[in-house]
Design a protein around this ligand. Structure first.
Ligand code: NAP
Length: 260
């Protein structure tokens, strides 16, 4: 008998966390410390060396809504926590629909978006292509904090000099005359971001409104230095019950346990 069979036999509630974020890892750690649930975490498998998580982990897509619905049923999942990144909208929509079809309760754990503060020079864009366009025709020196799968959009504006930061290498490199690469994983403290912006004489920052503290340092540094931020706003999300903290998920699970 494997571990999942045992937990099913013992009547232990089975939770699926859709991850790829610090929040998902924090939640897994809190649930491991608490006990009483059989937790598994799902990753898309994009990052080559994901950070360790305190939960059995599966990796790779489910095969759309149908695939996830089948997975929830086969694995006997009792509740889903969508702790994916605010920009992972396809997965969030699929999860909401698959959970609805399978009759499994779902909650989203979503960090609040960053709000414009006095001194911020933000230009909003609805997607990455628009953000690149909004850099304008004149050459600029741009720090790009996007996923390596998103940076191809920069090739539409080859007049700028880019400093591209990503966790894994951008491979193949971009077809751009002026692009430098940094491989790094956050958190990125404000002081380091300040130094990076100054050293590379950056005059524009291209960022998604990811929210959270780990990558907010660049936004604060840009504010302090008077640097424009082209900020990509979040994509629409499914209308599901949503909390913004790990505690919120734990409260929801308590309520679910009492009512089921
Ligand atoms: P996405 O566009 O919403 O999802 C595309 C497809 O990837 C989904 O349809 C699903 O494939 C698969 N997928 C996504 N998240 C998954 C998960 N947790 N477990 C299993 N399959 C998953 O997602 P994305 O924006 O490419 O993000 C991929 C992953 O990176 C997510 O886990 C997200 O939390 C993390 N992440 C994303 C960003 C970002 O800016 N987008 C930033 C940091 C981390 P199937 O349809 O085959 O099931």
């Amino acid at each position: 008998m494997n571990a999942s069979d045992k937990s099913r036999e013992a009547g232990v509630p089975r939770l699926l966390i859709l991850g790829g974020t610090n929040e998902a890892r924090d939640l897994a750690a809190r649930l491991a410390a608490r006990g009483g649930f059989a937790v598994s975490l799902s990753l898309a498998g994009r990052t080559r060396n994901p950070l360790p998580v305190e939960a059995p982990t599966r990796s790779g897509g489910f095969g759309g809504v149908e695939g996830l619905e089948a997975y929830l049923k086969t694995e006997g999942i009792d509740a889903v926590i969508d702790a994916t990144h605010p920009f992972a909208a396809t997965m969030s929509h699929n999860a909401a629909e698959a959970a609805r079809r399978a009759g499994v309760p779902l909650i989203a754990l979503l960090r609040p978006a960053w709000q414009r503060q006095p001194g911020d020079l933000w230009t909003q864009a609805t997607d990455i292509a628009e953000a690149v366009e909004k850099l304008g025709p004149a050459p600029r020196r741009v720090l790009v904090a996007l996923g390596r799968n998103e940076v191809r959009a920069l090739e539409a504006a080859p007049q700028h000099a880019y400093l591209v930061r990503s966790i894994d290498p951008v491979d193949p490199p971009l077809a751009l005359p002026q692009a430098r690469y940094i491989e790094a994983r956050g958190p990125f403290p404000e002081a380091d971001e300040h130094a990076l912006l100054k050293t590379h004489r950056i005059d524009a920052l291209l960022s998604k409104n990811s929210g959270g503290e780990a990558t907010y340092g660049k936004i604060k540094a840009a504010r302090a230095l008077g640097i424009e931020v082209i900020m990509v706003t979040r994509p629409p999300r499914p209308e599901v019950e949503t909390v913004d903290s790990v505690d919120g998920v734990l409260d929801w699970l308590e309520t679910l346990s009492r009512t089921s």
